[in-house]
Design a protein around this ligand. Structure first.
Ligand code: CIZ
Ligand code: SF4
Length: 325
């Protein structure tokens, strides 16, 4: 702990010295979340991270999250230096949607408007008409449906199915999943709810249908956080990456937070509902990326999105940001 405190203050000094802003996701290590807030940065979902990075004056952004978040920051702000504590931090949704196969899928369905989740590579976004995040996907698909558009959706099949059920839109779904949310179990959740009858069930829509069906609130990470802060229930069952519990505890002290069951968790496994790629973000990596400075050493931490992919990908992100404004 003493060592962590030292490393945290070292990271704070380096952020200041480099004029860098730390932009952290709710799922990363609690120390990184705290540091982001203590140094003028943000802890947020992917939509808010993208907007903050674009609008902040800092010329260097350090994105503590996964690769698509760093890429989105760079796409929106090509003039800024975007660093990540570990460039290997990826996402099963991104990995499960290779650009060549995705392009072939789009080419086979030219009559459909292409809507992709934020959790995709820049090359996939470059082929899309719209990008969405879980906080605005419903509203954007409603909007497209009202215009009579048919949709090609990628990559998360659970989120796609949920949006389809809610909107009744004509959606053709790519078969991708988040390895974290895909593990939440409906049967076990039902048993847990019986043990905690007063608890409110909060579910991220990347979860399977049997889990979403039991939710009192379905929403993005920010929306689930708000549900705890504003909620009057004494207890909450949370079906999303357990990294978010750090911020929930800070903002809603005294409320009981219970992790939703996964295939192997609860008493036996403390880290099942936690993304292994989000977990790659550590204080060591943060210090290292800030110490690397300019030149070749920085290459190990810096995000690049080459043209013309960058400007092609910008279109679908801007469309979303204009819509949610
Ligand atoms: O699961 C993720 O990666 C999420 C929830 C991203 C985000 O913030 O939208
Ligand atoms: Fe991807 Fe799931 Fe990890 Fe989010 S939690 S980065 S969706 S694998």
């Amino acid at each position: 702990p003493a060592e962590r405190a030292t490393m945290k203050s070292r990271a704070a000094e380096l952020l200041k010295a480099r004029g860098a802003m730390l932009v952290a996701h709710y799922y990363v290590d609690g120390d990184l979340q705290d540091l982001a807030l203590e140094t003028g940065g943000i802890v947020a979902d992917s939509l808010e991270m993208a907007r903050f990075g674009r609008d902040h004056a800092a010329q260097t952004l350090v994105v503590a999250g996964v690769r698509f978040m760093g890429e989105s920051a760079k796409i929106l702000s090509p003039e800024k230096t975007v660093l990540m504590p570990d460039l290997e931090a990826t996402c099963s949704l991104d990995l499960g949607c290779p650009p060549d196969q995705f392009t072939a899928f789009c080419d086979a369905h030219p009559d459909r408007t292409v809507v992709v989740y934020a959790n995709t590579s820049a090359a996939v976004k470059a082929r899309a008409d719209w990008m969405v995040t879980s906080s605005c996907a419903l509203a954007i698909v409603e909007h497209l449906k009202a215009q009579g558009q048919k949709i090609l959706w990628a990559p998360d099949r659970h989120l796609g199915r949920y949006i389809q059920e809610q909107t009744g839109a004509d959606m053709l779904l790519w078969n991708g999943a988040c390895i974290v949310h895909d593990e939440f179990k409906g049967l076990e959740l039902d048993l847990l709810r019986q043990q905690h009858p007063g608890a409110l069930v909060l579910v991220h829509p990347e979860s399977p249908q049997a889990v979403v069906a039991q939710a009192d609130v379905v929403g993005s990470t920010s929306q689930l956080l708000k549900a705890v802060v504003d909620g009057t229930a004494p207890a909450y069952i949370v079906a999303t990456d357990n990294g978010i519990l750090h911020r929930m505890r800070q903002l809603a002290p005294g409320k009981r937070l219970i992790e939703a069951p996964t295939a192997g968790n609860s008493a036996t496994c403390k880290s099942c509902a936690h993304c292994p790629w989000m977990a790659m973000n550590a204080l060591q990596g943060l210090v290292a990326c800030l110490e690397a400075g300019a030149g070749t050493a920085r290459g190990a931490y810096e995000i690049h999105v080459p043209e013309p992919v960058r400007s092609q990908a910008l279109g679908c992100i801007d469309r979303m940001l204009d819509f949610v404004r």
